[in-house]
Design a protein around this ligand. Structure first.
Ligand code: SF4
Length: 338
């Protein structure tokens, strides 16, 4: 298949280009790649090297993204290409996010949508690596998917430009935005090679403005990114800027990639972070990556009743009444669909 010209870039003098997909806004000279290593300037034209080279795909429960409040029983066709615009030293998908070569099967948008429908999925999730860097594939697939009655979700680090968000927004139904180390700037610089976290906050507000359903995760990295004060600050920011009903998932870190000598987050740290986030006013706070923990469940924020029971990615009890109301006090639970 011929190379795909990139979306959202500017041509500059001297055959240079500026990519405006993610907040890095790479300035790329002729013959060079952007930071993500999957967008190349050839003669003053920027190309996506990964369209439509799908390196991973699977049918996943939507709870795996995690999306706990958006059609929580749905399964989604999940896909990725190689590459990433971050450089996380603890990435659990490093084999594909840091791949040295462009690899994957050519699966064009029409076929992705067909596969999703054939497998009975209700939606498509652009995930595993950062969907911003395979934007052209995600955008074209999303448009087709919407026409076919499927929803679209991103699992993203949130480092998108406002232009990228407004371009995908008409087709994007939900996004899981992943923080690590509670979004502390020095953690992002040292462990992820990300110069500034501000674009993530701006992107969240922008996505909210476009009416995209949001859920936020925070990976607590033992010792380096697990400060309770930082979790509180992030939880407070979410409540003040996005509202108390945004689901907030506190994720357990497991040793991976270049941080193999850092132990898993202690359960007690996760529990304290969860409780502190509730104290900051968030209604739905979860612990992730700890199957069977009581904080995987959804509790009614009004009366404390357990309304949805979970074990890992499975929903084990669904006690909500029609309209997603609490069976005990009748309060509306902020869950879309079933
Ligand atoms: S998407 Fe890639 S090339 Fe574009 S600005 Fe981000 S890192 Fe640079």
């Amino acid at each position: 298949m011929a190379l795909k010209e990139a979306m959202l870039y500017e041509r500059l003098e001297g055959l240079k280009v500026r990519c405006n997909l993610c907040a890095r806004r790479c300035l790329i000279v002729d013959g060079k790649l952007g930071f993500c290593r999957v967008r190349e300037n050839r003669g003053g034209i920027l190309y996506s090297l990964v369209y439509p080279r799908v390196c991973s795909y699977a049918i996943d429960p939507i709870t795996k993204k995690p999306l706990a409040h958006f059609h929580p029983s749905a399964s989604v066709f999940s896909l990725a290409t190689v590459g990433c615009n971050f450089n996380c030293l603890f990435c659990d998908n490093w084999v594909i996010s840091h791949a040295k070569d462009i690899r994957g099967d050519e699966i064009p948008p029409e076929r992705i949508v067909r596969l999703a429908k054939d497998y009975g999925c209700e939606g498509i999730s652009y995930t595993y690596t950062e969907p911003t860097i395979f934007f052209e594939l995600a955008y074209e697939t999303s448009r087709l998917a919407r026409e076919e009655g499927l929803f679209n979700t991103f699992v993203t680090n949130g480092y998108m430009t406002p232009e990228a968000i407004s371009t995908i927004a008409p087709y994007l139904d939900a996004a899981t935005v992943d923080f690590k180390g509670s979004g502390e700037p020095q953690f992002y610089r040292k462990f992820m090679s990300v110069p500034s976290v501000e674009p993530i906050y701006e992107g969240l507000v922008e996505m909210r403005r476009h009416g995209i359903h949001l859920e936020i995760t925070d990976l607590l990295v033992t010792k380096y990114g697990d400060s309770l004060e930082s979790v509180r600050r992030l939880a407070r920011w979410i409540r003040e800027n996005l509202g108390p009903d945004i689901p907030f998932h506190i994720l357990r870190f497991h040793p991976d990639f270049r941080l193999m000598d850092v132990p898993s987050t202690p359960i007690e740290t996760l529990e304290k972070a969860c409780e502190a986030s509730r104290e900051e006013g968030l209604h739905y706070v979860y612990i992730g990556n700890v199957p069977g923990h009581r904080y995987e469940n959804t509790y009614c924020p009004s009366c404390g009743e357990l309304v949805v029971g979970r074990f890992g990615f499975d929903i084990t009890r669904w006690r909500l009444k029609e309209g997603n109301l609490c069976p005990k006090c009748g309060a509306k639970i902020a869950i879309i669909g079933r």
